[in-house]
Ligand binder design. Structure first.
Ligand SMILES: [Zn+2]
Length: 288
């Protein structure tokens, strides 16, 4: 299975973003579909997919972001003023367990773009108001002309491995019994490998050597992040916990991880949900 929030079926259609005529034609296309949102949460249709409105249901005052094309049909999301915060609402958790993977990928793109627009209404260079351009894939300052483009923050998420066991941890905000891979933002001036080793050492006091890349996933909560999943070779298994970051950390065997992924009765811990890359990473590790 592919990591969550990947596999969008939409053609991003970069070619029309700067083409006023082509973009105007998409805005006037009666077949256009408009993503239904409740704040920043997705609306789920009765059959379990995303709910789309027709362009006729718009008031005309909405600013639209072009998500892409499917069978030539434009798909837009209206720019709403909403702050999603770092974490998920219960409504979105429920929606994500229902949405097909392709729909979750479309939704993740939309949410990340909306949050980026809301955080870039003013120019970072001169402080003047900015305006949307490039079909919603940028903002331009009305004063100094600086162009701003949506960014993605890289995050490393990793398992340290030692003698057939992997290190998992839990934060106090996790549901009871849940453990996940350790994670943290890359800092300026760091490689992926360096960030992996630093985060594991900061959070759990474990020193690691070689780092192997496994897979990646866009993550649309708390802005736009790119989760880079890795496995790191630990040099010992003594844990020194940073209790500001983690409530607990432990070494688990492949059998224990398999039981968690399968939700088996009597499992030692609960695994992250399938749409989280930590789930994909654990799955990769138990089968490696
Ligand atoms: Zn400016």
């Amino acid at each position: 299975m592919n990591p969550g929030f990947t596999g969008s079926p939409l053609d991003r259609a970069d070619r029309v973003r700067n083409d006023a005529e082509a973009y105007g034609a998409l805005l006037a296309d009666w077949r256009a579909r408009i993503l239904g949102l409740d704040g920043l949460d997705p609306l789920v249709a009765s059959e379990g997919g995303l709910l789309w409105h027709s362009i006729a249901e718009l008031t005309g005052s909405e600013e639209l972001i072009l998500l892409g094309l499917s069978d030539g049909k434009p798909h837009f999301v209206p720019l709403v003023e909403a702050d999603g915060g770092m974490f998920r609402s219960p409504a979105i958790w429920r929606a994500l367990t229902m949405l097909p993977a392709e729909d979750a990928a479309i939704y993740g793109t939309a949410r990340s773009l909306i949050e980026w627009h809301n955080g870039h209404r003013f120019c970072g260079k001169c402080g003047h108001l900015t305006e949307m351009f490039r079909a919603g894939w940028g903002r331009k300052c009305g004063n100094c002309g600086k162009e701003h483009f949506p960014r993605t923050d890289p995050v490393v998420i990793m398992l340290a491995e030692y003698e057939g066991k992997a290190l998992v941890g839990r934060q106090t905000r996790f549901p009871p019994g849940n453990y996940s891979a350790l994670a943290g933002f890359l800092e300026p001036g760091e490689s992926i490998e360096e960030a992996v080793r630093r985060e594991i050492h900061e959070e759990a006091g474990v020193t690691c050597g070689a780092v192997r890349y496994v897979t990646s996933q866009p993550w649309p909560f708390g802005g736009a992040q790119l989760m880079i999943a890795c496995v790191a070779d630990a040099q010992d298994d003594a844990i020194t916990l940073d209790t500001d970051e983690l409530e607990d950390a432990m070494w688990v065997t492949k059998d224990e991880a398999r039981a968690a992924l399968a939700n088996e009765e009597g499992r030692r811990f609960n695994a992250p949900p399938p749409f989280a890359i930590a789930h994909s990473l654990l799955k990769h590790w138990v089968s490696a």
